[in-house]
Design a protein around this ligand. Structure first.
Ligand code: NJP
Length: 245
C-alpha cells in the first residue's frame, strides 16, 4: 500500500475508522471523511503521530458539493487517488414500513446509495491506474430483514451500482464487500431496536473491526482484482485465505 492514496468515507468510527488506521499502518496516505470533523481530525492526528500520512476532510456524502470538495482537497494535497472506500452508512429507520418516517427513510437511501454514487461520480475521472472502489455491502442487499426496508433497499441498489461500474469501467476494480456482523456503534443501535434476529446477537459474538479492516486494505491492492465487479462476503473461506485472516 506504500504511497497509495485512499479516501475512506464514514471514517469517524466503526469499520471506517479501523480501515483508515489499517491502511495507514500498511503505508497508504489516507483521507478520512465524515460529518464529525473533530472526530476525524483526532483520528488523523493519532495516525500521523505514528509517522503515517493522514488528512481529515469534513464531508456529508449525501451532498454532492461536499463530496466534490473532498475529492478536490485530496487531489490538491496528494495529487492522485488510488482507492475509494464507500463506507459511510446509516441504518435508520428501524421499524416496520408503516411506522417509518418518510424523511428518515429517504435519508438512508441518500447516504447509503446516493452518497456512494456521489463519491464514485466525483472520483471516477481522477482515479489512478489500477484504482479500486470498495462499496460496503451487506447480506441485507440480498435478504430482506424485518424493520430494515430502507437499509435493505439501499444496499440492494448499491450492489447494482457496483455491477454497473464493473460493466462501464472495466479498467477500475469495483467490489461490493459484506463485512459480516461487526462490533460497531451501528450494531449497538441494532441491538437496542430489538427488531429482527440480528438485534438478538450478543455483542461478544460480533467480529472485530480490525479483521474487517485488513480485508478492506487487501481489496485496495492489485491482488484483489480477481474479484472485480463481484460481491464478496468476509465469511467466504477462499477470500479469507487470500487476505490472511
Ligand atoms: O457503522 P457506524 P459501521 N456523510 O454507524 C458515517 C456496513 N455494514 O462501521 O458522519 C458522511 O458505526 C458516520 O460518521 P458521521 C454499513 O452499512 C456494517 O457499522 O461522523 N459520513 C460514521 O463514521 C456501513 O456502510 C455491518 O456520523 C456519514 C459511519 O458513517 C459500513 O459497513 C454489517 C454520513 C457509520 O459508522 C460501516 O458500518 C454489514 C454522511 N451523510 C454492513 N452518515 C456491521 N457493523 O455489522 C453517516 O453487513 N456517516
Amino acid at each position: 500500500m506504500k504511497n497509495k492514496v485512499v479516501i475512506i468515507t464514514g471514517a469517524s468510527r466503526g469499520i471506517g475508522e479501523a480501515a483508515a488506521r489499517e491502511l495507514a499502518a500498511q503505508g497508504a496516505e489516507v483521507v478520512l471523511a465524515a460529518r464529525s470533523l473533530a472526530k476525524i481530525e483526532a483520528i488523523a492526528k493519532d495516525i500521523s503521530s505514528t509517522g503515517a500520512i493522514a488528512m481529515a476532510v469534513a464531508c456529508d456524502v449525501s451532498d454532492y458539493e461536499s463530496v466534490e470538495n473532498l475529492v478536490s482537497q485530496t487531489v490538491v494535497e496528494y495529487g492522485k487517488i488510488d482507492a475509494l472506500v464507500n463506507n459511510a452508512g446509516l441504518i435508520d429507520p428501524i421499524a416496520k414500513l408503516s411506522e417509518t418516517d418518510a424523511e428518515i427513510w429517504a435519508k438512508t437511501i441518500n447516504v447509503n446509495l446516493v452518497g456512494a454514487y456521489n463519491c464514485i461520480r466525483a472520483v471516477i475521472n481522477n482515479l489512478n491506474e489500477n484504482a479500486a472502489i470498495i462499496n460496503l455491502s451487506s447480506g441485507a442487499a440480498f435478504s430482506a430483514l424485518e424493520g430494515w426496508s430502507a437499509y435493505c433497499a439501499s444496499k440492494a441498489g448499491l450492489a447494482m451500482l457496483t455491477k454497473s461500474i464493473g460493466l462501464e469501467y472495466p479498467q477500475i476494480s469495483a467490489y461490493g464487500f459484506a463485512p459480516g456482523l461487526v462490533d460497531t456503534p451501528m450494531q449497538g443501535q441494532i441491538r437496542q431496536s430489538g427488531i429482527n434476529p440480528v438485534s438478538q446477537i450478543p455483542q461478544e459474538k460480533l467480529s472485530s473491526t480490525e479483521e474487517v479492516a485488513k480485508a478492506i486494505a487487501w481489496l485496495c491492492t492489485i491482488d484483489a482484482q480477481v474479484y472485480n465487479g463481484q460481491e464478496i462476503d468476509v465469511r467466504d473461506e477462499e477470500f479469507r485465505k487470500k487476505v490472511g485472516i
